[in-house]
Design a protein around this ligand. Structure first.
Ligand code: ZN
Length: 77
């Protein structure tokens, strides 16, 4: 099962290290994206696909980015 999905726009190494002490499931997979926007869209797809119990809220966009979720209309309007 997938417990949580996340994204690191700058440093996936430090992001994982900050997270690993806070979870009961310290196992992870990662993949790279070609851009920050592609990473955001991939995170959204994973969020909707797996509905992870560790994600209380929808993935957020970087400040100032007008991107839309490819799966839902949370950022519309
Ligand atoms: Zn969405």
């Amino acid at each position: 099962m997938v417990g949580y999905v996340g994204r690191a726009d700058k440093d996936v190494n430090s992001r994982l290290k900050s997270w690993v002490d806070k979870t009961k499931r310290p196992f992870f997979k990662y993949s790279y994206a070609s851009s920050a926007k592609a990473a955001f869209e991939k995170e959204c797809e994973n969020y909707h696909e797996f509905d992870p119990p560790g994600n209380d809220i929808h993935p957020d966009r970087p400040d100032g980015a007008g991107w839309k979720c490819p799966r839902c209309d949370i950022f519309d309007g």
